[in-house]
Write a protein that binds this ligand. Sequence first.
Ligand SMILES: Cc1cc2nc3c(=O)[nH]c(=O)nc-3n(C[C@H](O)[C@H](O)[C@H](O)COP(=O)(O)OP(=O)(O)OC[C@H]3O[C@@H](n4cnc5c(N)ncnc54)[C@H](O)[C@@H]3O)c2cc1C
Length: 596
Amino acid sequence: MQVYEAPLRDMKFVLNELHTDDGFGNLEALEEFTPDLVDAILEEAGKVAQEVLLPLNRSGDIEGCTLENGVVRTPKGFKEAYDLFREGGWCALASDPEWGGQGLPEQVNKMTEEMICSANVSFSLYPGLTHGATTAIEGYASDELKQFYLPKMVSGQWSGTMCLTEPHCGTDLGLLRTKAVPQEDGSYKISGAKIFISAGEQDLTENIVHLVLARMPDAPEGVKGISLFLVPKYLPKQDGTPGPANGVSVAAIEHKMGIKASATCQLNFDESTGWLVGTAHKGMEAMFTMMNTERVSVGVQGLGLGEAAYQSAVWYAKERLQGRSLSGVKNPDGPADPIIVHPDVRRMLMTMRANNEGCRAICAWVSRALDAEKHSTDPEVKQRASDFIALMTPVVKALFTDLGYESANLAVQCYGGHGYIAESGVEQYVRDARIAMIYEGTNGIQALDLVGRKLPAHMGRYLRAFFHPVSEFIEAHKEDATLGKMIEGLEKAFGALQLSTATIAQKGMADPEEAGAAATDYLRLTGLVAMGYCFAKAALIAQGKLAGGTEEAAFYKAKLTTARFYFDRILPQATAAFLAIKSGKASMMEMDAEAF
Ligand SMILES: Cc1cc2nc3c(=O)[nH]c(=O)nc-3n(C[C@H](O)[C@H](O)[C@H](O)COP(=O)(O)OP(=O)(O)OC[C@H]3O[C@@H](n4cnc5c(N)ncnc54)[C@H](O)[C@@H]3O)c2cc1C
């Protein structure tokens, strides 16, 4: 059964206790968002997730989206839920007040996103993509376009999409063919076919604003000749209401493995009117603003689904009676003990729990950097925050979605055969989680981004924003008996990461295939160290609270136990990743393609 209760206590822990000493400082601009106000917002968000979105998750999966006579319909209840969501101001949470947004800290916004994704990840894509599109428009569009489009998009009255993919062009955007022909009035006529466009058409909003990558007639070949255009579904009239149709039609919607309530569309642009966003031929730069926002949000999809899968598995593990505990009967009045008594079931539940708490802790850390990058008045802090975000964006995207999928799979395993049956609700989590490892750049591409772009950037400067706090923490707590084995484990994994970084820098310079062969293991190793650092800090806080006496002993005890499990059972994977990196590309690349 799909059960979900927003993990508010852990969210408050990562927001208010875990990262207060992270060097990003207290931001004056966000002072009005007091812990009490933030708590109230998170509680409300939890209610929306649990009461409005969760009830539509399974029905949305069963019904899916439909296309009839060019009109896409979202499943029953989605329109009403979207209206409620929009009227409640949830679409505008993170946007700039200049455009009608609420200017909420990213730290709060990301926790809210997590809850929405746990409850209904298909639904999350509709407001999520709109928010991403507004970031690109805000950063690169002309003032006129901003004034006209942003208020309607921020309020959720109009939605946004990102149109990159074409049938022959996915990862390699340099191959894209959609054309943009300049017109005398400064606009462009956009023609071409796009596929896999999330929320490309739907019945939730009165207009849709497509951000389309296309090529002008004089454009250089490859990615250096791509420009970004804003193309509305309906050309707005001067009074801002939707006017005539703009030549954008839906050829089909995809029938897919999961996120069935999210409409994934094939769109045709037939001489549609569009306006340039940013500089000609520099569309990738503008699109990357949206893609980076989306990459962190896709990571949060993995976390949200991991949490939902965990809670559903815990519920079942307490209900399902099978076998007897190896340490003696625990349920003498029943025919068997609940399966939560079995070590192997515990292994699965603890792995899911550690995955979720670790990812949530990293998420809060990255969100603090996002806030500091935007609001800090100290240029040094701003730069460091921006370096940290650049480094961690591919890690958040790939690590969280890999682990979210792992957790969803483990939930099915906890349910046994019943998990494989649709009625249980947990197989949906596996299907829904799978796409997050693919879209917004596959996880393999995230790993290449990390080793190929982020590591060498500015002579390794990005890495310093991550390495410094970790090494300072290890140095400060080396002799700390209370952390004991944890700090030892963290130091070992961090050492492996430093060595791997040097190996990749050295070998990769001479042979880029060496860096490519190491990339996925390196990203995982980075993620494991980041989680280890967060868990060690969390353990320190928990131990302090328990030693000082606290009314919340159960919470801190559980935190400490989860941290111990992480160091005992998950962090050792760092050694395997290190050895894989060290082995180099030889056994991976040796075989001729014909031999496969
Ligand atoms: C449900 C769904 C929703 C989507 N939503 C959108 C959307 O809203 N907007 C949009 O524009 N697109 C969207 N996409 C497209 C998605 O972003 C692409 O599918 C994804 O980027 C991968 O491209 P591809 O499918 O063409 O795979 P390919 O690029 O063909 O890749 C196939 C495999 O090869 C690997 N590979 C490719 N090139 C390299 C390389 N250079 N080095 C190493 N490995 C490589 C990939 O990692 C992958 O494993 C969506 C897709 C789906 C399925």
